[in-house]
Structures are given as structure tokens and as C-alpha cells.
Design a binder for this molecule. Structure first.
Ligand SMILES: *Cc1c(COP(=O)(O)O)cnc(C)c1O
Length: 369
């Protein structure tokens, strides 16, 4: 019997409303300029799991600090996974989210790799619906804004022995997010990390876990020091193939419109934005190649004109054009280069679907409220 089989679902959520929700006026001030990841809504979801009981006590409770025993396993051995998705307010007043079942499935894969219990897709989507329903007033309505949802799961057993925790907690918190590029989409320069990798063969690169991010922070800092917005990692084994950025996947547009992105090798995180872009490109009749890409191919492609556009993608920024790649020894591309035409057109189409401005022909949207 697998862990998922041992629970009865769907879970029923018990609601404990907060006694001190922010006043509407205060909320409106926050929603006028939310930034990213700075402000949180009035409630959160919590579901507990134990070996004996499986998933139980699904609750919606006031947002607030956690009580963790100092010996909680997550604080010592980083047994933690997370997700990131958004809720969008449409012109019809409804609130929708984008491909949440993909996030649920990825959380299940991450759980398997981190020896955490799997939460069913149905319970995951319901947990999203619960938080967005109670905190619907926190979904901003200005163009390109959203409510960012952060589900996460932690080892919550007080035990310093090294083994998978027998007590786990799952939470969902929500944070209003402003437009990622308030001044219009601007291309970024990225930094090539030649010294560090984010993942290795057999490691946790394909899992969305905090540990991968911990490993990316020092090279990310190096990127900032060199005037770059993000860091690009190569595969750990050969140090030649492009893996991805610290939290975004990478695409190359070739002459004639062929789109190339690194194939999923086990060290790359399978982005839902990546998957959606591949689909939209195919819908346009473009050729899509998932294969190895080397830094040398990037350099030669820019020099010869074979590569015409480069961009990164992920839920937070959707699509960010990349103007140049910098390393201690060379720079590829021109940091003042404008955003690519196809890059911007696919970005527009994807956000148009997410915000309900064009038909959702792939059935990617789920109405929450
Ligand atoms: C979350 C994440 C992405 C992007 O995934 P999306 O589902 O598109 O948001 C890419 N790389 C890493 C390392 C990530 O953690």
C-alpha cells in the first residue's frame, strides 16, 4: 500500500476565521503596490500527516507564525518541498488559477524524491480553492497582478535521527503580487556560474525543494555583484550543457522560428510555464527541440545570427527576455539588446490565456471563486 492509498479523501476542511483581518482600507493600500512576497493574506491552510493517520485535520486558520519544536527535522535536514502558482482575477469577476493539477503532480514527484507523503491532486486543488475563497478580497485586479500561492510541506517531527519524518505538515500561504515588470518587460543580463552547480546526477534537481535554492544563493549573489539579475547553471557532470537558472527554465529562438530548450535530464526542474510555452509554440506550427544546448552553441549562434532570441520562464515573471550572458572570461550578446519579437508574442499569448483575455483552448484554467 502506498502512502497516498492509506488516506481517505477528499479531505473536509474546517474553517477558523481570523479575528483580526486587515481592514479593507489597509488591504487596498497594500494591493495598490504589493511588490512580491512581502505581504500575506489573513488566512492559511494547514493539513497534518502522520504515519498512523495519513492526511488529517485539514484546516483554514488565521495566518501567523508556526510553533515548531527546535528539533523539528525540517530545520536540520531540510526535508521540505514547495510549489508556486497564481490566482488571477478576470474581467468577469471570477478568480481562476492555471494548470493547478500540474503543480499537484509535481508536488507528488517532489514528495517521492524527498521521502515525504503524497497529497492527492484533488486535495491539493481543494486547498488552493479554500485559501482563495476565504481571502478572495486579496486578489488584486490591476493589469498583470495576481495572488501568488505558495503551498509547501515540511518534516514536522521532533527527532534528530536521520530518517524520513513520521510527522509532516502541509501549508498554503498567499501573497498579493504586483506586475513583475511595472515599467514594461525589460531584458536582463544573466551570470554564468563556472564554479558551482545547482544539481548533480541522482540529486534533487528535478524536485522543487528548498535545498536546491539554498545551494543557488551564493552563485546568485555572485550574479548580483557582477551586475546580473540571475545566475545560469551548467550541468554538474560535463560543465558544458545548459541546465537552467536558479528558478527559471531557458529557451532559445533560432532563425526561422525553431525553439530550443534543454531536455529534461533529471537535474532540471520541469517548469509548467516551460511546458505551456512548448505547447503554444507547437500550436503556431513552430518546431520545438528539447535537447542538449552548450554555451559554445549559444556563443556561436549569437555571433552567426542563428540564435535570434533567448528567454527565461517561470510562474513569477512568466517570460523574461535575456539580452546577454556574462562570465569572468566573456560576454555573449549585447546587454542593451531589446526583447525578442517571438519572446514577447508568446508572453502576450500566455498571459492573455491566464487573465481570460482570449479563449482557454487547452482547458488550462480552473475557476476557484
Ligand atoms: C519553479 C521552478 C521553475 C519554474 O517552474 P514553473 O512551473 O514554470 O513556475 C524553474 N526552475 C526551478 C529550479 C524552479 O524551482
Amino acid at each position: 500500500m502506498t502512502i497516498a492509498d492509506s488516506t481517505t479523501f477528499p479531505l473536509q476542511f474546517e474553517l477558523t476565521p481570523t479575528q483580526d483581518a486587515r481592514a479593507e482600507a489597509e488591504r487596498e493600500v497594500i494591493l495598490a503596490d504589493p511588490g512580491f512576497g512581502k505581504h500575506f493574506t489573513d488566512h492559511m491552510v494547514r493539513i497534518d500527516w502522520s504515519v498512523d493517520e495519513g492526511w488529517h485535520d485539514a484546516t483554514v486558520i488565521p495566518y501567523g507564525p508556526l510553533m515548531l519544536d527546535p528539533s523539528a527535522a525540517v530545520l536540520h535536514y531540510a526535508q521540505e518541498i514547495f510549489e508556486g502558482l497564481k490566482a488571477y482575477r478576470h474581467a468577469d469577476g471570477g478568480i481562476y488559477t492555471f494548470r493547478p493539477e500540474k503543480n499537484a503532480e509535481r508536488l507528488q514527484r517532489s514528495a517521492r524524491r524527498l521521502a515525504l507523503p503524497e497529497l492527492s491532486t484533488e486535495d491539493f486543488v481543494e486547498s488552493i480553492r479554500q485559501i482563495v475563497t476565504i481571502d478572495a478580497g486579496w486578489v488584486p485586479s490591476a493589469p498583470e497582478t495576481s495572488l501568488y500561492l505558495r503551498p509547501f510541506m515540511i518534516a514536522n517531527e521532533s527527532f534528530l535521527g536521520v530518517r524520513p519524518a513520521q510527522k509532516v505538515s502541509y501549508y498554503v500561504i498567499a501573497s498579493p503580487a504586483g506586475a513583475y515588470f511595472p515599467g514594461g518587460v525589460a531584458p536582463v543580463s544573466i551570470w554564468l556560474s563556472t564554479e558551482y552547480s545547482r544539481a548533480g546526477r541522482g540529486g534533487t534537481g528535478a524536485a522543487k525543494c528548498g535545498g536546491n535554492y539554498a545551494a543557488s544563493l551564493l552563485p546568485q549573489q555572485e550574479a548580483y555583484e557582477n551586475g546580473c539579475a540571475q545566475v545560469l547553471f551548467l550541468d554538474g557532470e560535463t560543465g558544458e550543457h545548459i541546465d537552467e537558472l536558479g528558478g527559471m527554465n531557458v529557451f532559445f529562438v533560432h532563425q526561422g522560428g525553431t525553439i530550443v530548450t534543454p531536455r529534461l535530464t533529471g537535474t532540471i526542474l520541469e517548469g509548467i510555464t516551460r511546458d505551456s510555452i512548448i505547447q503554444l509554440a507547437k500550436d503556431r506550427g513552430l518546431r520545438v527541440e528539447e535537447r542538449d544546448v552548450t554555451v559554445q552553441e549559444w556563443r556561436e549562434g549569437i555571433e552567426s545570427g542563428e540564435i535570434t532570441e533567448v528567454f527565461a520562464c517561470g510562474t513569477a515573471a512568466v517570460i523574461t527576455p535575456i539580452s546577454s550572458l556574462k562570465s569572468p572570461d566573456f560576454t555573449i550578446g549585447d546587454e542593451n539588446a531589446p526583447a525578442g519579437e517571438l519572446t514577447m508574442s508568446i508572453r502576450q499569448e500566455l498571459t492573455d490565456i491566464q487573465y481570460g483575455r482570449i479563449p482557454d483552448r487547452h482547458g488550462w484554467l480552473t475557476k476557484l471563486v
